[in-house]
Write a protein that binds this ligand. Structure first.
Ligand code: UT7
Length: 333
């Protein structure tokens, strides 16, 4: 059997400040009832001033490292996924590496937004199986609350998103058993770029930063919610089915499904589309909101800690987001 990649530690961190729907009612023309009914979200976490994505990533990474019971110095590569890096460049991978004191190991930054964790997991899996690296820290983190439009104009976006981070430690399976990442499937369709994006800043503008863009609110993320909704409900089940086929599995074999937490109605539609009992689906968007790349590793860590994922569990992950990008991963825990 070829060596598979196993997850030896998981961790997550969300900033302590909770923002409820009622808090948002004070900022814009929205209601707790609308947000609950349309998205399933009750509250989300927002950072305080001065806290960046790499800070959340480092906390999540420390927790995953502690759970894996490893010395940080034995990590030989970092993969970081985010759409909200501390700086325009460089990415957060190097900041995580430096803040954790990981020497001069390589640090790869992965974009791909809500699908970032699955894309990053796929890349890390290839490195491990090829023997290139032996212990990878994969961290996905977002600070989105600092660039949302909390006016009435931005209410469709700003009520959905939250801040947070999740991390995993990846290693080759040392045993002759079937544990590990069984498959990853990645997809994209760049024809939908402007359906979910942050249009500016954009270096093809000269100069990149123009006052009129600020005045027009073009530095805020924007989306066509209905198009995203419809595509998410279609693409996530497709990606899961591709994994089932490749692995010769049936949906009944899946013990736990973790869909990207974009909207609870989407998660329920994905469950319905796949005909998987809703009890097998991890749903934490009520407390987290949509934390983009961090949503799957946060949910994964919570599911592990709650005992919903155990040794031998078959776990399916699926995500959909900006790009559009989407995908799935199957893991025998
Ligand atoms: O991770 C991937 C990223 N994003 C997503 O996955 C999001 C996918 N899309 C969605 O989750 C949903 O489309 C939303 C939750 C964004 C919106 O739900 P919807 O059921 O598609 O509502 P809608 O866009 O059709 O809007 C219905 C109404 C509109 O008013 P009118 O035109 O009917 O008068 C909106 O202006 O709800 C209004 N609305 C709001 N009302 C109160 C939009 N946002 C809000 C709000 N509070 N926050």
């Amino acid at each position: 059997m070829t060596t598979r990649t196993i997850i030896t530690g998981t961790g997550h961190y969300v900033p302590p400040r909770i923002v409820t729907n009622h808090d948002l009612e004070k900022l814009m023309d929205t209601t707790d009832q609308w947000i609950r009914e349309r998205s399933g979200i009750l509250e989300r976490h927002h950072v305080d001033a001065g806290v960046g994505t790499s800070d959340l990533a480092v906390e999540a990474a420390r927790r995953a490292i502690a759970e894996a019971q490893i010395y940080p110095a034995t990590i030989d590569f970092v993969v970081a996924a985010t759409l909200s890096p501390d700086h325009y460049f460089p990415g957060i991978g190097v900041l995580v590496q430096a803040k954790l004191g990981l020497g001069t190991i390589g640090a790869l930054d992965v974009r791909d937004q809500c699908s970032g964790f699955i894309y990053a997991l796929s890349a890390a899996d290839q490195y491990i199986r090829a023997g290139t690296y032996k212990r990878i820290l994969l961290v996905a983190a977002e600070v989105q609350s600092t660039n949302l439009d909390f006016s009435d104009q931005g209410r469709d976006m700003s009520v959905l998103f939250g801040d947070g981070a999740g991390a995993v430690i990846l290693e080759p399976n040392p045993n002759e058993d079937d544990r590990g990442i069984l498959s990853t499937h990645l997809y994209a369709d760049g024809n939908f770029v402007s359906q979910l994006w942050m249009e500016k800043p954009c270096p093809k503008d000269n100069p990149t930063f123009q006052r009129s863009f600020f005045d027009e609110g073009r530095f805020f993320p924007k989306m066509d919610g209905r198009t995203v909704f419809v595509n998410a409900c279609q693409r996530m089940p497709e990606a899961v089915r591709a994994g089932l086929v490749q692995n010769g599995l049936a949906i009944e074999d899946v013990d736990v499904l973790i869909p990207h937490q974009a909207n609870d109605r989407i998660s329920l539609m994905v469950a319905k589309g796949l005909k998987i009992p809703v009890e097998k689906v991890i749903r934490n968007i009520d407390r987290m909101g949509n934390t983009t790349a961090a949503s799957i590793p946060i949910a994964l860590d919570e599911a592990v800690k709650a005992g919903r994922i155990r040794r031998g569990s078959l776990v399916a992950l699926t995500a959909f987001g900006s790009g559009f990008t989407w995908g799935s991963a199957f893991i025998r825990w």
